[in-house]
Structure formats: C-alpha cells, structure tokens
Write a protein that binds this ligand. Structure first.
Ligand SMILES: [Zn+2]
Ligand SMILES: [Zn+2]
Length: 271
C-alpha cells in the first residue's frame, strides 16, 4: 500500500466580533483588540491522507474533495456573520481555534477512515492555525520580520576553510537579509475564551525579546549570543527559541522557523 497526501485550498469571507456575553469587555479587548464587527478573507487548506489508488493514481478525486469542502464548510461560512448566522458560534468565540473545531467536525464524517489529515486556516497574512489528526493540540503560528547583517564565519576554522564552507557569505564586512520568523505555539483550546493563548502577549514578547533585540543589528558584532557562535539560520532560530522561553503567551512553544531568504528556511524545535 502506498500512501499519499493531497491538499486542496478553498477560501471564504466571514465577519465576526468579540463583544461576547461570556467575556468581560476588558478581557475580550486584551485578547482580541477592538471589539467592533469586522471581516476576514480566510484561506482554508485541507490535507487528505490515503492510499494512492492502483486504478486511477489518486488519493481521492480532487473534484470530490472540493465538493465535500464546499458543501460542508464553505456553504456554512462564506459571506456569513459568524456570531449570528452560524449556530455553532452562539456560545463559542469566533476564533481561529473554534473555526478549526467547527471545520474539523464538519469534514471528519466525510472521511471516516481517518483520511482527514490536517487543516490550516489563515486569517491574515501572518496568522494561521493548524489542526492535525490524532492530536488534541492546535498549532497557532504568527509571522514577524526583521533585518540584520551577519557574516558566516567559524572562528575555529582557517580563513581558507571558512571560504570553502561559506563562500562569499564569509566576506569580512558581512551582508544582510530581510529575515522572516514564524513562531508556533501549541495547546488545547480554553472553552471560555476559545483561544490557546493570548496572541497580543506573544506579539509583545516577540517585539521585546526578538525584534527590538535583532532588528537592524550586525549579529556578529552587536548580539552577545553570536560573539562565539556562527549566526547561521539554524543558530538564529535557536537563539530566538531560547529568548522566547518555553511558554510565550501562556502556550507551549512548538517551533521557531526562520526564513533567511525565500529559499533558505531553518526550523528549531528545542531538541
Ligand atoms: Zn477578526
Ligand atoms: Zn547570509
């Protein structure tokens, strides 16, 4: 049996607000920002896992996957005001976490053999949530940007060896990147707030501990961690992990992903 994974993207637009009877307004504002009604263009990715059929070479017909998603999810959510129009949100916060719970509940019966593998919902360009089969955890990812200079240089090696390893990246004056860092936290959803953490606390922590610390710096010269450590993408991800601590915003840190360029990406899981 040969297993394949197939992903389909569908989009929907929906409105919501966080002026919720079960949350104090100050607490809601602290968690979600302004409480006014607003909308998002959501992007949903659904991944189906299954056997690659000997008969037709597919895990499942994409037309079928599309119609399952459209009938069970998109028709329920698109152009809706989640708080009032969707019964599921009468007593649940219309958060990404609860949207993922709703979408999973709607899709799972169509895939009784565990073929529903993963869903991702993106609410805005730097905010998305993943839910995966076999785990009660949800994974929330936020993206951030900073610019910094560095020189790839391993002090224990000769100039010759550094040049052989790092090429022009070891030029003595250094060079710069527009880095993008993704911070992923995981946890169960708090039934009252509908969240796994407070995103604004994570934003604040990342701003203080990472962006203010690294942005517009020369990593080798200005950042103590890199005085004796080569500032490769792997090591920068590791330093960011250590600076954030184990529970940013109250949820467990799962992954730090550093995009050095569009083509070079390093992941660090604290292992
Ligand atoms: Zn919103
Ligand atoms: Zn570089």
């Amino acid at each position: 049996m040969t297993i394949g994974y197939l992903r389909r993207e569908q989009t929907f637009a929906a409105a919501h607000h966080y002026k919720l009877p079960w949350l104090d307004e100050a607490e809601a504002a602290r968690l979600f920002g302004p409480l006014s009604i607003h909308g998002h263009n959501y992007v949903l990715h659904v991944t189906i896992r299954g056997e690659i059929s000997d008969d037709h070479g597919m895990v499942e017909n994409l037309k079928t996957i599309k119609s399952v998603i459209v009938d069970r999810v998109i028709a329920e959510l698109d152009r809706k005001f989640l708080n009032d129009d969707v019964a599921y949100f009468k007593d649940k916060s219309p958060t990404l976490e609860n949207l993922a719970g709703f979408i999973w509940e709607r899709l799972e019966p169509a895939y009784p053999n565990g073929a529903l593998h993963e869903i991702r919902i993106t609410e805005e360009p730097e905010l998305y949530l993943d839910k995966k089969a076999g785990s009660d955890d949800m994974f929330l990812t936020r993206g951030y940007h900073f610019c910094a200079a560095h020189r790839l240089h391993q002090a224990s090696l000769s100039d010759e060896e550094n040049r052989a390893l790092f090429g022009k990246c070891t030029n003595p004056s250094g060079h710069g990147h527009n880095y993008r860092v993704e911070v992923t936290v995981k946890g169960d959803v708090d039934a009252r707030t509908g969240t796994i953490c407070n995103i604004s606390d994570i934003d604040k922590l990342v701003d203080e501990k990472v962006i203010d610390y690294l942005d517009h710096m020369h990593l080798n010269c200005d950042i103590p961690e890199f005085a004796d450590m080569n500032p490769t993408a792997e090591n920068i991800a590791r330093v960011i992990w250590e600076r954030l601590g184990p529970k940013p915003g109250g949820a467990a840190l799962h992954r730090v992903r550093l995009h050095e360029t569009d083509r070079n990406v390093a992941d660090y899981y604290g292992e």
